[in-house]
Design a protein around this ligand. Structure first.
Ligand code: GLN
Length: 207
């Protein structure tokens, strides 16, 4: 008889791994749910002390200018500096959509606050003023042969990468997924689709 229980995550991904999700603004809850469905312990990160003891950190989608402003609030004060230090020390950090903007060293035409950790240039709202999300199957060989459902919501594109940055996925006008050592950027939203392969890819970066 077929079992009705949910598919179990691979054992190597569970047990003792603590992944933080920056919860200042944006769709952090979706990432937390996705990680918990994979058996991972999570923490909603809102202040500097929440970064203690993390094995990895996710910067979710949202509004990058709003997060840069919230970062200067009393409770979150200094959190970008601390994330920067951890990223430079090798903590696995994954930015989705807005998170990829925060990770970038260069944001075309903008001086807004950022972490400047990853040697990439991003163009904000590169798909124009999308009011609704667009979905497009993406060819990402590192995830296997099956296309990944790419959901784009007022998404940026990565328009340039520096040395040591591995391009993992592209569309016609630019790069949609890239990795630089312990840092991962996706301009689409894997947390809102059923496919867990990008989350699993990131969890493997902890090992
Ligand atoms: N357009 C947003 C920004 O520039 C990013 C959108 C998103 O994260 N879904 O910050």
């Amino acid at each position: 008889m077929a079992s009705k229980t949910a598919p179990q995550p691979p054992p190597s991904l569970v047990g003792g791994v603590l992944v933080g999700v920056l919860g200042l603004q944006g769709d952090f809850r979706e990432h937390i749910q996705k990680l918990e469905s994979l058996g991972v312990t999570t923490r909603d990160v809102r202040r500097t002390s929440d970064l203690d003891g993390l094995d990895a950190l996710i910067l979710p989608g949202g509004e990058s200018t709003a997060v840069a402003i919230l970062e200067s609030s009393k409770a979150a004060h200094g959190i970008f500096d601390e994330i920067q230090k951890l990223g430079r020390a090798g903590l696995p950090i994954w930015g989705t959509c807005m998170g990829s903007i925060l990770l970038a060293k260069d944001i075309e035409g903008s001086k807004q606050g950022r972490l400047s950790l990853m040697n990439i240039t991003v163009r904000r709202n590169a798909f124009g003023p999308q009011r609704f999300s667009a979905e497009q199957p993406l060819d990402i060989p590192a995830l296997g042969a099956k296309p990944f459902p790419g959901v784009f919501i007022r998404a940026p594109l990565i328009t340039h990468v520096g040395k040591d940055v591995e391009v993992l996925g592209k569309v016609e006008n630019g790069i949609v997924m890239a990795r630089e050592k312990n840092l991962l950027a996706t301009v689409f939203h894997p947390e809102v689709v059923d496919d867990t392969r990008v989350h699993e890819y990131f969890l493997k970066m902890i090992e």
